[in-house]
Design a protein around this ligand. Structure first.
Ligand SMILES: Nc1ncnc2c1ncn2[C@@H]1O[C@H](COP(=O)(O)OP(=O)(O)OP(=O)(O)O)[C@@H](O)[C@H]1O
Length: 292
């Protein structure tokens, strides 16, 4: 402005002495203006600074509030009444529970390993050799059949009547394996009681007098062995409703075996093959035993 209007005063001389009073007045005003300007500038600067300070303070206050909320937050208790558990107490309870489960697991593991050790010693004592993972514990006596597997008293009575008091090694180990629903491949000398080892679990698992086809099949390599096996089976199932049949020539001569049903069928491989192929024997739900 001053630059723009300066040409208006070109050549004009201002007599400061003559108008000294006016000049002094203007001078004072100028100083005042400068002062006011400075003051306003300072004020602005101060206000800016104070605004910044206020903002900083506010930030600190917010931070403090947040910290407080995290530290105590909703867990603050109200005069002996805690609405939510504090994070520390939750951590402590979780830790306690973890320790408890770990302790329980380690105890269970310990029990399992102790049982495995006992089983190994027992097997060694009775000359039983096993292969496979977590093989069920061998039977110590026939009473265990009722305590461990809920065997009916009738079967145990039949065994006692036959003079069968203690299980043979093959029976000790094969019976628990078959009752646990696992496959079993077992070898033992002649006359060591293999028949009872597989017939006992069958009699315990099958529902007697079922009309739903064939329950179980015992395959024997020869007719003599098949006859011997069925004799044994009938002895063990004495007095029960189990239907145990031998695949004879007469049975094969029947035109249609699709509706044939029995609980245990004892057969030789060839006769069974004939019955399935030509006489439509239904073996959809049976348990297959190979007695060789
Ligand atoms: N735990 C037992 N205690 C006493 N006698 C038993 C026991 N188990 C089975 N027997 C009897 O021993 C005899 C022979 O058993 P079994 O025919 O089952 O032997 P096996 O091993 O099947 O013989 P094979 O190899 O000839 O088929 C049978 O008369 C049976 O009743």
């Amino acid at each position: 402005m001053e630059k723009g209007t300066s040409f208006l005063f070109a050549g004009v001389h201002f007599n400061k002495k003559k108008f000294s009073t006016d000049f002094s007045r203007f001078q004072k005003k100028k100083e005042n203006d400068e002062l006011v300007e400075n003051l306003s500038l300072n004020e602005n600067r101060e206000s800016d600074e104070s605004e910044e300070e206020e903002k900083d303070e506010e930030k600190v206050r917010v931070k403090k509030r947040k910290r407080k909320a995290v530290g105590s937050g909703p867990s603050e208790s109200v005069e002996g009444f805690s609405v939510f558990k504090s994070s520390k107490s939750v951590e402590a309870t979780v830790k306690e529970e973890n320790e408890k489960t770990e302790k329980k697991l380690s105890q269970e593991k310990k029990k399992f390993y102790q049982q495995q050790e006992r089983d190994a010693l027992f097997r060694k004592e009775h000359n039983i050799h096993v292969a496979g993972n977590t093989v069920p514990s061998p039977l110590t006596d026939f009473e265990e059949l009722s305590s461990r597997y809920g065997c009916k008293a009738k079967l145990l009575r039949n065994l006692a009547d036959l003079g069968i008091k203690q299980p043979t090694p093959i029976q000790r180990q094969a019976i628990p394996i078959l009752l646990s629903g696992r496959e079993c491949f077992a070898c033992a000398p002649t006359g060591s009681g293999k028949t009872l080892a597989f017939v006992c679990p069958m009699l315990m698992k099958l529902k007697p007098a079922s009309k739903d086809g064939v329950g179980a099949v015992i395959l024997c390599p020869t007719r003599e062995l098949a006859s011997q096996t069925i004799r044994e089976c009938k002895k063990f199932a004495e007095g029960s409703k189990f239907c145990i049949k031998l695949m004879t020539k007469q049975l094969i001569r029947k035109a249609d075996l699709s509706k044939f049903s029995c609980d245990i069928l004892v057969s030789t491989p060839l006769r069974l093959k004939l019955a399935i192929r030509k006489k439509k024997l239904n073996l959809s739900r049976q348990v297959m035993i190979f007695n060789v």
